[in-house]
Design a protein around this ligand. Structure first.
Ligand SMILES: C[S@@+](CC[C@H](N)C(=O)[O-])C[C@H]1O[C@@H](n2cnc3c(N)ncnc32)[C@H](O)[C@@H]1O
Length: 264
């Protein structure tokens, strides 16, 4: 199944398609976040129809498969090569859907659980996405996701701000904003937690290579219309705060985990 996708989405899809082959080499934080996601859900088994949105190469999908108990497990991603990687990783019966989380192709009250690890920050309009999650979940169904918070890549954002006023990093949500997007008349037992991780890199170039390797190189809106020049890139490199004389840097990643139940 595939959905109609706009131009920005095409760029995002292409970046992840290009990253699929070597994604796992860079995805250390992503695997740790997926492990924590399952711990925070406190689920010991699954049931019914389970969806993993933005499954990537299938690390979380595999953990869901191990939990078992479900009738159908659906791996869902906008990039076909990511789904192929998931397919290579998994054994047993799993359904694969290539589609856009902004336009979920599922019927109302048809799913028992929705999982998503570090994918929803790529959606165009999270409030609508969450409303749609509520629509497709059965009453009492579980939503478990992890996404990036506003402290993510603040050092890179500040370094770019010395060069121009365009957006080089996507905007993320705060825990409070996410809470507000899960209203009490639609969701219950909402739990939100956060943690900031600081990773170190030999240089800014190494950080940028990792982001590219993860497919995280597009900005959804407000991006610079022209290509960045070498001089602008150099200016950004120089503005990035260093932690030692050799040019070593740190980058912050704020992770927010959300667990909620569709209200009965
Ligand atoms: C950073 S990866 C995370 C993959 C995996 N969940 C993990 O934790 O390793 C983000 C994934 O979301 C997918 N994605 C991005 N936007 C999407 C959308 N609108 N709908 C469905 N999948 C999307 C990308 O293709 C990519 O595979």
């Amino acid at each position: 199944m595939s959905a109609v996708i706009n131009r920005d989405k095409l760029k995002i899809r292409q970046a992840f398609a290009n990253a699929a082959e070597h994604y796992d080499d860079f995805a250390h934080l992503q695997r740790m976040v997926a492990d924590s996601l399952l711990q925070k859900s406190a689920l010991t088994t699954l049931q019914g129809k389970v969806l993993d949105i933005g499954c990537g190469t299938g690390y979380l999908t595999q953990q869901l498969q191990v939990l078992g108990g479900y009738q159908q497990l659906i791996a869902f991603d906008i990039a076909q090569p990511m789904l192929q990687k998931t397919q290579q990783r998994l054994q047993g019966v799993v359904s694969y859907v290539c589609g856009d989380a902004d336009m979920l192709p599922f019927q109302a009250a048809s799913l028992d659980s929705i999982f998503s690890s570090l994918a929803l920050q790529w959606c165009q309009h999270l409030p609508t996405v969450l409303q749609n999650f509520r629509r497709v979940l059965k009453p009492g169904g579980t939503l478990v996701f992890a996404t990036f918070g506003t402290e993510t890549l603040t050092e890179l954002k500040q370094a770019w701000a010395t060069v121009d006023q365009y957006r080089h990093i996507n905007d993320f949500h705060t825990p409070q904003q996410l809470h507000a997007l899960l209203p009490q008349d639609e969701w219950q037992n909402v739990q939100i937690s956060r943690q900031v991780f600081r990773s170190q890199y030999a240089s800014v170039a190494v950080l940028l290579r990792e982001l590219k390797g993860l497919g995280a190189q597009s900005v959804s809106t407000g991006r610079k219309p022209q290509l960045t020049t070498k001089a602008q890139m150099q200016q950004m490199f120089e503005a990035y705060p260093k932690i030692n004389a050799a040019g070593r840097i740190a980058a912050s990643f704020e992770i927010i985990w959300v667990v909620a139940e569709a209200k009965l």
